[in-house]
Design a protein around this ligand. Sequence first.
Ligand code: UDP
Ligand code: MG
Length: 316
Amino acid sequence: MDAYLSIVIPIYNEEENITALWERLSKVLAEHFADPAKPWEIIFTDDGSRDRSLPMLMDIARAEPRVKVVEFNRNYGQHSAIFGAFAEVTGRMVVTLDADLQNPPEEIPKLVAKVEEGYDVVGGWRQGRQENDSFFRTMPSKIVNAITRKTTGVKLHDYGCMLRAYSREVVDAMLLCKERSSFIPALANSFAKRVTEVPVAHAERAAGESKYGLWKLINLQFDLLTSFSLLPLQMLSVFGVVTAGVGFLLFLGLVIYRFMHPEGTAQGVFTLFAILFFFVGCQFVAFGLLGEYIGRIYQEVRDRPRYMVKKVHQAK
Ligand code: UDP
Ligand code: MG
């Protein structure tokens, strides 16, 4: 039978957390989602863990038929792991969360309630981020949030929180995106009609270490910038127009100066500069133009669905 609620959890070397996670999760599910008409399922993706995570997950799956484990052959990263699980979901709504218990499973009912209200995407908004998330972990997230807000145009406070809920339609739309690097929260918003946020608690990582270093975050940021906007390419044109404009103004200024002071002689170098500026500017405009075409090719190649039909209405 198809599930009502699917819970998706990416796992990478989380042997210290799996037992506690499973305990707390099954308690929440037993308390809030016991209705047999609304069955739940959990899909773990083992993202190429090198510790005992996979056998532990398989033990859980053997004992509980509502648990599925997707095993990756190697480590592909959190977002790919979530996609791997998305491909297996059967539920009408899908909740994602981290395995390290930073996202308390107890918050799941809140998110589900919002989806039931009719929201397509419900983001968690972490309250009181743990201070011992180091400076190098919180500062980049702030930048990520700010840039995501700019590039996607959807104003959410917290894109980094992976405790999120999606309607199945949005998940199906995301699955149709074949691109390799994608940032799920931003991608989801581009297919959602109604997006909201709910405040969620945020705990310290229960055990183990964060799998994100500065480098992975920078990478994520580039993914974000390049997968959701052509801004960097378009900046080339803007820069070119500005440079050419400055060159042109300088040239005009020199001509006027020349007429006002016909005896002045030492402006040859400046004239050369003005002309150079102008041509450098033109070159950047040309780069920008090329960039614009490349950007369009990029968008075509990604082959994202242009729209998703929810339903076709017709009187019988
Ligand atoms: N994760 C994963 N593959 C990776 C890195 C992380 O599946 O390559 C999982 C990890 O097991 C955890 C979640 O993604 O469940 C978030 O990872 P982490 O806690 O390290 O990230 P942070 O909380 O520091 O953003
Ligand atoms: Mg974490």
